[in-house]
Design a protein. Structure first.
Length: 517
RNA sequence: GCUCCCAUCGUCUAGAGGCCUAGGACACAGCCCUCUCAAGGCUGGUACGAGGGUUCGAAUCCCUCUGGGAGCGCCA
């Protein structure tokens, strides 16, 4: 903590240093790995984290679209911070200026907002912290933890192919480690002088202790020849400066961790607790690609998913709580624990996401569904302002739609003129014999003193009884008449929401069509 | 190639040596309910990757193999 603090005063690029939370978190015991038998150092890192408040971070790079893989690690970090009354930090890792785009950054910001994963601090941008990185870089070189390397890209490439030919792991051989003179005409990079012997143990909450031999690690480049710092270095400086206590990220980073720990140690900082979560695979078990779910998270909003449903789906990937499948955000916050997360990768299952979305839609209040539905109608080119009617439609449809988009598509008839009838439905239900039924229904409904589902229900039933036909012979023609299709919510509810005027108009129009059939 | 990680139904998971002739969920099939579509209820099939150990006893512990993944970049 002292060392961390040392790097944190008096400079302009500081973060609101988490104002001395010295409260010890009672829940830190949760970070004891489940497979304790593997961990001999449990006591140590427990102690290391027990006297600081939890600070987690989500650190995406805006080089591609934020997709569900990223969202899940963000969710885990957010959930963990919430559970421990900690702080969730958002940091945009945009040091790769070539590939970073404003568009991707915007998707991250909008996506996080849509999902409700709000950051307690940030967003911070690495590109605005360059002075700080240069400062640490200079100190590193000065202290002998890093050195300038004058090897050219060509030489490096050659070294690499030599090593590959010899079936060795490609790595930098340390040529410039002891170079004392600059090499004219070459802009040097800066490399971290990794320890040459011993090993590093990554104490991972999910994986247990993972040991890496330092001989496997080479001297990585921490600053490019143009002086800009690279990812692994920035992460280290940022996590230290931002006092991150728990790093939760994809397990594709597990191999980077030992180097980061070495740098942290060189900086005199205590490494955070690590949790490397398994990755999400595509539905076919292959790497997640655009074909599966690797689309912008905002795509899910377009397709009519509720944020809570997407989050629910994601939290259940690699984590469970008994037999429970449906979780509210509050339940997730109360129950989720990073130490319970599985070690193995899981495949993305669109069907289950759909099912969960329906479950969440069913359990939502119609009022809360209204704005989402409005959004979907807008996408369909149907402008709807009537909030009460929107809620009424949502209520009528909420258990028969897997997505809000689907709900809107199936509900256009409530708000817009019919654009004709579904051919099959009309052929079957708008027939010569249904014309008199429709006429009778029209008559009954016009005479109804009260326009509500119960009264409509009785009226429809009485027509069926009077004509001595099954309810289906009455309800289906009405359904086609008012919705244009053979599918809708229960007919009484449908008519109530539609309103008497529209209902009668459409029934009469359909009766004429039936007559002509 | 080297290093590291992972391994229960098609998929997500439960399972920390006996409670497991392996439980739940999605999907699928059938039935029930029913004015359509749903929702809901009931029923059904399918899994411990292989081989060795340890043990009275292993899905659970150990080893090997196999399979999958990640990293090895002046990308993040």
């Amino acid at each position: 903590m002292d060392q961390v603090a040392r790097h944190s005063h008096g400079r302009g690029h500081r973060f609101n240093p988490c104002t001395a939370h010295h409260l010890s978190s009672p829940c830190d015991a949760d970070f004891v790995p489940r497979r304790v038998h593997k961990s001999i150092r449990t006591q140590e890192f427990q102690a290391a984290s027990s006297h600081m408040s939890v600070r987690t971070r989500f650190a995406p790079s805006p080089t591609g679209m934020l997709h569900i893989g990223g969202v899940r690690t963000a969710l885990f970090s957010w959930l963990y911070a919430k559970r421990h009354a900690g702080t969730f930090v958002l940091r945009i890792e945009d040091t790769d200026r070539e590939r970073s785009t404003d568009e991707a950054t915007q998707v991250i910001l909008d996506g996080m907002e849509w999902l409700g994963l709000s950051a307690d601090e940030g967003p911070f941008y690495q590109t605005r912290r360059m002075d700080r990185y240069r400062e640490v870089l200079a100190k590193f070189v000065q202290d002998g933890h890093a050195y300038r390397c004058y090897c050219t890209k060509e030489e490096l490439a050659e070294m690499r192919s030599r090593q590959e030919a010899a079936k060795q792991k490609p790595r930098y051989d340390g040529t410039c480690r002891h170079r004392t003179e600059p090499r004219p005409g070459v802009d040097p990079v800066i490399r971290f002088a990794n320890p040459v012997d011993g090993s590093v143990i990554v104490e991972d909450v999910i994986h247990g202790n993972v040991e890496f031999q330092n001989t496997e690690l080479d001297d990585l480049i921490i600053a490019r020849s143009d002086g800009t710092p690279t990812y692994n270095f920035c992460v280290v400086v940022d996590d230290m400066d931002m006092k991150i206590t728990h790093v939760i990220r994809g397990d594709d980073h597990l191999n980077n961790t030992p180097r980061q720990i070495n740098m942290l140690k060189a900086l005199g900082s205590t490494p955070p607790v690590y949790a490397h979560v398994p990755m999400i695979l595509g539905a076919d078990g292959a790497k997640l690609s655009k074909r599966h779910g690797a689309v912008s998270v905002l795509q899910y909003r377009e397709e009519g998913f509720l944020p809570s449903a997407l989050l629910n789906y994601l939290v259940r990937l690699g984590w469970s709580h008994g037999d429970q499948e449906v979780f509210t955000l509050e339940e997730m916050q109360a129950l989720f624990d990073i130490k319970d997360v599985n070690k193995s990768a899981s495949a993305f299952n669109p069907d289950k996401l759909l099912w969960l979305n329906q479950q969440h839609i069913m359990r939502s209040t119609p009022q809360s569904l209204a704005p989402h539905l409005q959004f979907q109608f807008a996408a369909l080119g149907v402008a709807v302002e009537d909030n009460a009617k929107l809620a009424a439609v949502a209520k009528a449809q909420q258990e028969r739609a897997k997505t809000l988009k689907e709900m809107a598509q199936n509900s256009v008839f409530f708000f817009a003129e019919l654009k004709g009838y579904d051919e099959k439905a009309a052929k079957k239900n708008l027939t010569a014999e249904s014309a008199p039924v429709l006429a009778a229904v029209h008559e009954r409904l016009s005479a109804l003193p009260q326009w509500n589902a119960a009264a409509i229900h009785d009226a429809v039933n009485s027509v069926a009884a009077a004509l001595n036909v099954g309810l289906g012979k009455v309800a289906q023609p009405i359904r086609v008449a008012v919705s244009g299709t053979s599918v809708s919510p229960p007919i009484d509810v449908t008519l109530e929401v539609l309103g008497r005027e529209t209902t009668l108009l459409r029934i009469d129009a359909a009766r004429k069509v039936a007559l002509a059939a």
